[in-house]
Write a protein that binds this ligand. Structure first.
Ligand code: KG4
Ligand code: ZN
Length: 345
């Protein structure tokens, strides 16, 4: 199969991104990847404001596209197709991306390929490590938390996931409750290193229940209650704060590790030849979580793959690559490609 070169656009949340990827399914390279974050635009609001995000995407998409093409040293005529996140996500942002991709496709005659954002995350370990199907994927970010059995570029089985908050959201809320900076993940992780994880015992929700479903919203309530109990005269000592972070993080690590054991049991029941568990999403940056998952993988003789952080968080390369897999399989979308706020795999 000859190598394809695809441009990928991503604008479903608060990152405006474009990238160029070249190769074939299972053997591709990132030629360029440009990500413009928007955290400073939303900082005063305590979360992503959809209207502000959509406007910023619309203004910035052509900037990141130009930069990605320049960095890769290719023009539109050097591309085989343009891929774009068509959902799920904040609809204004997704629409901005889809309109931009349609404009490029219409103006250049390039084929258009719509990509599911979650498929982009889930296929990333094939881009970074060339792993084969089937593999088990744990997708953990600020908005998502699910186990996926990935059998092909369009063949995903959801084994379970969160029934309420995603772990990243729980980290972010914990940071807010403890007056730590956003995004909460890295700041809570740094505090946890200084704390005693055994001082406070937080719940391990749904561990008593079969299956791979998880719940993280109760943890934040438990944290709030414990914080208020230990606060003296409205003050939390630095040690209290570190211990709260350590206890919280240990609970998340243990839940994810135990649920991963169960997901692995389902995956391994089919005796895959070269079993792999891979992670994606911003929460995969957490060292304690990685270590917990690596232990479970090792216990089961399964390879553990974690893409570099820049490809774990939202980016255009994962969309270009997932588009490449679909394109190589013959998928093409027309000008009727629609932006979908909800789009389960
Ligand atoms: O994948 P991502 O960049 O965006 C989406 O949610 O789509 O993930 C961001 C999330 C945030 O909630 C952030 O707090 C969390 O990932 N995160 C972490 C760490 N780094 C980022 N959570 C735990 N530990 C970390 N080191
Ligand atoms: Zn994402």
């Amino acid at each position: 199969m000859r190598a394809f070169i695809l441009l990928g656009l991503e604008s479903s949340c608060d990152d405006t991104a474009a990238a160029v990827v070249r190769g074939v399914p299972g053997d591709a390279q990132v030629l360029s990847s440009v990500v413009m974050g928007q955290s400073s635009l939303h900082a005063d609001f305590g979360g992503v404001v959809p209207e502000i995000a959509a406007r910023a995407h619309a203004e910035r998409l052509d900037v990141v596209v130009r930069q990605a093409l320049a960095d890769a040293g290719v023009g539109l005529s050097g591309l085989d197709a343009v891929a774009v996140t068509a959902g799920p996500g904040l609809i204004g942002g997704v629409m901005s991306g889809v309109m931009c991709a349609k404009g490029i496709a219409a103006g250049s005659g390039l084929p258009l390929v719509g990509v599911n954002h979650l498929a982009g995350h889930a296929l990333t370990p094939r881009l970074t490590d060339g792993i084969g199907f089937p593999f088990l994927m744990l997708l953990v970010s600020g908005g998502h938390c699910q186990f996926l059995l990935v059998r092909g570029p369009d063949d995903f089985t959801r084994l379970g996931g969160t029934i309420d908050d995603a772990p990243g959201e729980a980290f972010d809320k914990t940071a807010r409750l403890l007056a730590l900076p956003q995004p909460g993940g890295p700041s809570v992780e740094a505090e946890a290193l200084k704390g005693d994880p055994a001082r406070f015992r937080f719940p391990r929700p749904l561990l008593d229940r079969d299956g791979c479903d998880m719940s993280f919203s109760g943890l934040k309530t438990a944290l709030l209650r414990t914080r208020d109990e230990v606060m003296e005269g409205n003050r939390l000592t630095l040690q209290d704060r570190a211990d709260l972070c350590a206890g919280f993080q240990r609970a998340v690590v243990e839940v994810l590790a135990e649920k991963t054991r169960r997901a692995l049991a389902v995956y391994l029941a089919d005796a895959p030849a070269d079993p792999v568990i891979a992670v994606a999403g911003g929460v995969a940056a957490n060292r304690a979580i990685r270590a917990g998952l690596e232990t479970v993988a090792a216990e089961n003789g399964v390879r553990f793959v974690a893409p570099p952080l820049s490809l774990c968080t939202d980016n255009g390369a994962m969309i270009a690559y997932a588009g490449l897999e679909r394109f190589a399989g013959g998928a093409r979308d027309g000008m009727d490609l629609s932006a979908r706020p909800r789009w389960p795999l």
